[in-house]
Design a protein around this ligand. Structure first.
Ligand SMILES: Nc1ncnc2c1ncn2[C@@H]1O[C@H](COP(=O)(O)OP(=O)(O)OP(=O)(O)O)[C@@H](O)[C@H]1O
Length: 274
């Protein structure tokens, strides 16, 4: 069963956050949820997890198979990991205690100390461990990689990827940490102007091209297909379809130093929001 939102709108205190949004999330994927501050990322996760009701529209998701914990709530700090494991098991019976304790042991986190005594990074790791071990089909994480050092981040990323491969769970990660999504997410869900757009880097077949061009305005054969993301002096960076490169850049008297690079989530964000 696929996670579906049909014509979902959400107003909070008279303010429209999501406007008639419909989309489907394929199973067994890691999806980045990105957007500017206040665009509605957390609201979307809360609606999917049924913590919040939509104003109108329908969400098709097995409610008892969703992991979502608001990381800003005190829930995560007022108990020890052991108690947290008991609480999560009570509403998600598939919670995998062994896996949970293994992740904590690997990171030298005590299971019986108050979580409020953990550092910010240790709390972030605990939050992800809860999600990974939840056994839920849908794991919704809000800024999960915030505050983790590079080693823990790598470890957590591989745990998430491995977990999705093994259990066919689907992970939604709301984040501002766009660079992290490049090595993690299969697709990116952008929230912009109360609407949602899904970007799949593989399907788009777009690339980033860096070249040197002496004039201030690009020729129209290039601007017809390319979006400029940066111009530093004579060095331009554009995003364009891969299959147009040969035709346009074969003219080496016009452009110099043509280099083809991978499109990053940050590039797409810049284009979408600039
Ligand atoms: N309980 C609430 N009462 C009033 N307004 C709210 C409430 N919760 C959210 N909002 C408003 O809804 C909008 C979306 O908030 P949300 O937290 O979903 O955004 P976000 O994209 O997660 O933001 P950020 O990136 O800053 O975390 C914001 O304008 C916020 O002020």
């Amino acid at each position: 069963m696929m996670l579906k939102l049909r014509n979902v709108s959400k107003e909070i205190s008279g303010k429209l956050i999501l406007d008639d949004v419909s989309f489907e999330i394929p199973d067994s994927k890691i999806i980045g949820v990105v957007g500017k501050n206040g665009s509605g990322k957390t609201t979307l996760l809360k609606i999917i997890s049924s913590e919040m009701l939509p104003t109108t529209g329908e969400i098709i998701v097995p409610v008892d198979d969703v992991f979502y914990v608001d990381p800003l709530s005190n829930f995560m700090t007022n108990y020890s990991p052991k108690v947290i494991a008991d609480i999560i098991s009570a509403y998600l019976p598939k919670f995998k205690r062994d896996e949970f304790y293994n992740i904590l042991r690997d990171a030298d986190l005590p299971v019986d100390k108050m979580i409020s005594s953990f550092s910010k990074g240790q709390q972030a790791l605990l939050y992800i461990a809860c999600g990974i071990a939840s056994g839920a089909k849908y794991i919704l994480l809000d800024e999960p990689l915030d505050g983790l050092d590079v080693f823990i981040k790598d470890k957590v990323k591989s745990l998430l990827i491995e977990n999705v491969g093994r259990t066919e769970s689907t992970v939604l990660i709301a984040t501002h940490n766009l660079a992290e999504l490049d090595s993690l997410a299969d697709s990116i869900l952008f929230i912009k102007d109360n609407k949602i757009k899904i970007y799949d880097p593989v399907e788009e077949e777009q690339v980033k091209v860096q070249f040197v061009y002496d004039e201030d305005i690009l020729p129209s054969n290039l601007t017809d297909v390319a979006k400029v993301i940066e111009k530093r002096g004579r060095v331009w960076l554009v995003i364009m379809p891969e299959d147009e490169i040969e035709k346009i850049f074969s003219d080496t008297s016009t452009y110099q130093f043509v280099e083809v690079l991978q499109v990053t989530t940050e590039d797409v964000f810049r284009i979408e929001f600039s």
